[in-house]
Design a protein around this ligand. Structure first.
Ligand SMILES: *Cc1c(COP(=O)(O)O)cnc(C)c1O
Length: 405
């Protein structure tokens, strides 16, 4: 019953993929086992030959990890899924698994820092050329495609400026050129955006973010057609071993049960926080895909079901102003993580994006005064009061030391 296609996402999040043992446990079982015992030598032979679909070894799969994969696949509407140790393991496998020396990939310039390292630094070391484009400019995507382009990669909304790229249009361009489209859907979450429905071939998540949502463990997942997984990632993952631990799969399964309500509440709060920020003195710009003043508001409404749980904003006074703002916050923590129940703020120019040159950062719209806020599950009035404190400090001269907890 849990695999029925007619079930709504909230039901799938709670029940999807459950493998119940003969004990009939209510909560998903945590199978802390590396291996499996076969009844006979013949049974072992059949399992290795693939005649019997049972489990062999936890580097390949484990019942708790498989429950997480099945639940994610049902939620995303994907034929298949593979869990990985982290979001970056998922990105690396999805990209490396498709290419060989002599191939070419196209990616948006605005990528999560480590994703940009994969396409800009790592792939070229193995003879795979990469072209980076301004993701909002469809002509640049068209011009970048070459006969040997194998895959196209983007994230939307982007980190940290929350730009929105047209997934359906880029899918069409990629497919016309014989390439696949891979989407990093971390910022949108499976609740707010369905890239496979928009034409993408593969979706990856850092499950570390909203899917856990409570700051406990790392994880990643690759979702695609069975053919894509079999051709590109199945063997790579099995033989190289960036496997998700069963314990983390169990934590993430429990995270999925509440993903829908958390993302709905955090998105509603982010919308209110964005509106409140826009009214604060010293806040010179607010970027939130759910606000009509967002440059790609119409596109965001078309391809997303909400404005996301993140808000980016700029504070007058550059880096000093942004630091005074962050240091004055008492409820919101300073952290580079996101999607957590706890609201978190980061200064991208000096943390997540400090590896990029100032010129590249400016090209991406990451100014010295920009802060990125991940809105959590606290009472939104407390968050708005905290942001008022930040704004007052930002415009108030000397940097305040952050009060010890
Ligand atoms: C965090 C993140 C990743 C990497 O995930 P890890 O779980 O930290 O390895 C990739 N893409 C985006 C957009 C992210 O936010």
């Amino acid at each position: 019953m849990t695999d029925r296609k007619s079930l709504h996402p909230a039901t799938r999040l709670v029940h999807g993929g459950t493998l119940r043992t003969p004990f009939g446990e209510t909560s998903e079982a945590l199978f802390l086992t590396q291996g499996f015992i076969y009844d006979t030598a013949e049974a072992a032979e059949a399992r290795f030959k693939g005649d019997d679909p049972g489990f062999i070894y936890a580097r390949f799969s484990n019942p708790t990890v498989r429950m997480f994969e099945e639940r994610m696949a049902l939620l995303e509407g994907a034929e298949d899924a593979r869990a990985t140790a982290s979001g970056m393991a998922a990105v690396t496998a999805a990209m490396m698994g498709q290419v060989k020396a002599g191939d070419h990939v196209v990616a948006a310039k605005a990528l999560f820092g480590s994703c940009r390292y994969i396409v800009e630094d790592l792939l070229p070391r193995f003879g795979v050329d990469c072209t980076l484009v301004d993701g909002a400019d469809l002509d640049q995507w068209r011009a970048a495609l070459r006969p040997n382009t194998v895959t196209v990669f983007l994230e939307s909304p982007t980190n940290p400026t929350l730009e929105i790229y047209d997934i359906a249009a880029v899918a069409e361009i990629a497919h016309a050129g014989g390439a696949t489209l891979v989407i990093d859907n971390v910022f949108a979450t499976p609740m707010l955006q369905s890239p496979l429905e928009l034409g993408a071939d593969c979706v990856i998540y850092s499950a570390t973010k909203h899917i856990d949502g409570q700051g406990r463990c790392l994880g990643g997942v690759i979702l695609a057609s069975k053919a894509f997984i079999d051709k590109n990632v199945h063997n790579l993952l099995r033989q190289t071993g960036p496997s998700m631990s069963p314990f983390n799969a169990w934590v993430l399964l429990k995270g999925l049960e509440t993903l829908g309500v958390r993302v709905a509440a955090q998105t509603a709060a982010a919308a209110r926080v964005a509106d409140a920020l826009a009214e604060l003195p010293g806040v010179t710009k607010v970027l939130y895909p759910g606000r009509p003043d967002h440059p790609q508001y119409a596109l965001a409404r078309r391809q997303m079901k909400g404005g996301s749980t993140l808000v980016a904003f700029e504070v007058a006074g550059g880096k000093a102003g942004a630091f005074r703002f962050a240091n004055a916050l008492e409820v919101i923590g300073i952290s580079n993580n996101l999607g957590d129940a706890k609201s978190l703020v980061t200064h991208p120019a000096t943390t997540t994006h400090q590896r990029l040159s100032q010129e590249v950062r400016e090209g991406l719209g990451i100014s010295e005064g920009m802060l990125r806020l991940s809105v959590g599950l606290e009472d939104v009035e407390d968050l708005i009061d905290d942001l008022r404190r930040g704004a007052a400090a930002a415009s108030g001269g000397a940097p305040l030391a952050r009060a010890a907890e």
